[in-house]
Design a protein around this ligand. Sequence first.
Ligand SMILES: NC(=O)c1ccc[n+]([C@@H]2O[C@H](COP(=O)([O-])OP(=O)(O)OC[C@H]3O[C@@H](n4cnc5c(N)ncnc54)[C@H](OP(=O)(O)O)[C@@H]3O)[C@@H](O)[C@H]2O)c1
Length: 312
Amino acid sequence: MDSMDSLNFALGTIPFGSTVSPEDSFAILDRFAEAGGTLLDTANNYPFWLEGRTGDESEQTIGAWLAARGNRDRMVLSTKVGARPAVPGDRTLDSAEGLSREAIAKGVEGSLRRLGTDRIDLYWTHIEDRSVPLEETLGALDELHRAGKVDRVGASNIPAWRLERARALARSNGWLPYTHLQLRHSYLRPRPWARLPEGGHTQVSDETLDYVRHEPDLTLWAYSTLIFGAYTRPERMPEAYDHPGTAARLRVLREVAGELGATPNQVVLAWLMAQGIVPIVGVSRMEQLEEAVGAARVKLDQELMARLEEPA
Ligand SMILES: NC(=O)c1ccc[n+]([C@@H]2O[C@H](COP(=O)([O-])OP(=O)(O)OC[C@H]3O[C@@H](n4cnc5c(N)ncnc54)[C@H](OP(=O)(O)O)[C@@H]3O)[C@@H](O)[C@H]2O)c1
């Protein structure tokens, strides 16, 4: 599912149908598919936190596009459950639906309806819900798999120890295990212990990367890979990235990009892809998509990877 000939990044779709108009979203989706992209990342709550939005918009826009183009079978649909507010109008995660059997059964029907399909290729638990036993969540996901509604499952915003526990439980009960993990990750790293302003975000850790490297059947998808555009728009760099390591890494990143005739954003995406990580790229304009598509042509050999890893 994750390997493709030309384009091994997923298209992030948070603004589709809201801050990016349906027409512009269709144009971006068309170009992505034309360039060989197949992986579409959405959730059953994008973008519920914006005034006047329900959280249906992204899935609905993708569903409308798939129907208009008749290309459902060519695309890999990745969507999520767990973080949709149960109280309409709540713009926080305080009333999140969570991961009970009932919430998951209801959640999947909503996503299937909005996406206009009978199956989800990759279904994620969006956040953790420690009020529900892992057995209940995993059993519910397995039921969806056996019913043919969900092909594979992934966990987002979960620490390594809980993921390992979930995978061990699934193995011992014969349930479909999590084979995908989705966390925030980019070339630049926030200060350890920094509190990220984006409430639900979980930053990748060394421990998680170590775990992923040693689990051949586990694939990491990274989000906020371009740090909201901050590599080229420094005013967007979050405060949590303000430390000496950032300056050192930016220096090498720019050097390498210059030598390759690539942009820093492209080198960041190529750096992730070279490690077998699937970057999710959020774009709101066509030229941003073109820049990401161009990253597939940027090849980083061992020497360049080592140079990029040099600054701590
Ligand atoms: N699992 C989770 O909890 C989780 C959390 C967050 C995101 N995600 C997924 O990851 C996707 C992307 O995440 P994200 O939007 O947080 O982060 P991102 O990809 O780092 O940032 C996307 C934004 O960066 C700017 N940008 C993109 N390409 C650019 C370029 N070439 N040059 C300059 N600026 C550029 C654009 O801002 P402007 O639109 O302002 O131009 C774009 O909207 C989401 O759509 C979603 O699918 C998942």
